[in-house]
Design a protein around this ligand. Sequence first.
Ligand code: XMP
Length: 327
Amino acid sequence: MDTNHRPDEMVRITTPELAKEFIDEQITAIKAQVGDGKVLLALSGGVDSSVVAALLIKAIGKQLVCVHVNHGLLRKGEPEQVIKVFRDEMDANLIYVDATDRFLDLLAGVTDPEQKRHIIGEEFIKVFAEEAGKLEGIHFLAQGTIYPDILESEAGIKAHHNVGGLPAELDFELVEPVKLLYKDEVRVVGKELGLPDNMVYRQPFPGPGLGVRCPGAITRDRLEAVRESDAILREEFAKNGLEGKVWQYFTVVPDFKSTGIKNGKRTFDWPVIIRAINTTDVVEVSVEHLEPALIDHLVKRITTEVPGVNRVLFDYTPKPPATVEYE
Ligand code: XMP
């Protein structure tokens, strides 16, 4: 039997009852596969790895070791939330690695987008492999592979085992409990497992994180401006009922400055670009047009609260011709 094929008769998980049934089945399957063995998981805090973590914690508790690598390019509050939800509330075995300096030092002065992506991916594998090397008796690696990953991988669009890059030499047996589920089903299962809404309904976030929203060479101060403005945007979208309604929204801080005025004095600071888009397949993307009052409020908050910023711009370009991310 092809275990990577979703059976035609498999019912779409749309209700808490169906999610509960799936969770019970998977707990039995995970226990049967793993026995008393230990399982390692790279927990990014994204929907898929979070749901896999919650499922495995329910099934095997402390036999699961989660590793959360903070590459310094995560959104505001994300590492803290991973620690709160998994270590404090679910009592998971969680290793938190703050590798911010390693990543930002390597990225200093690097302007080429592909090189930036490459450095982030490579370093992620290194940090993860180092942590795995410190542990003993691990035979299994859990992954948040979902069904679209398998379909895209089979169609030659992308390799699905590229979730941060699986170090092949570590030679683990894979545990992939949600690999036959679509994203909407993973969310229903996550909700049933008790994960918070802002984790379950999280918008897509690129692996290289805020690094691709800080175009050109990343500096710590400009990265902070991206992080702070992104946090304000997310807060305002949530307050205005747009969270979970608009597909993706974020800020970019380009590497140029312009003249402004604050308290009667000349400023020379960065602009923040706001991008909010809707799509079904991310191949074609349309722009979300915001209410004028919300635009005014965002401009006011960002220019007063984010250090080093004196201007806010809106990107109203669909895809094509523009991609979603700037790099
Ligand atoms: P683009 O910029 O290609 O983005 O129009 C399409 C969607 O993919 C996300 N994206 C990424 N996701 N690693 C990821 O995991 C990446 O390197 C990456 N680049 C773009 C982007 O956020 C959008 O949802």
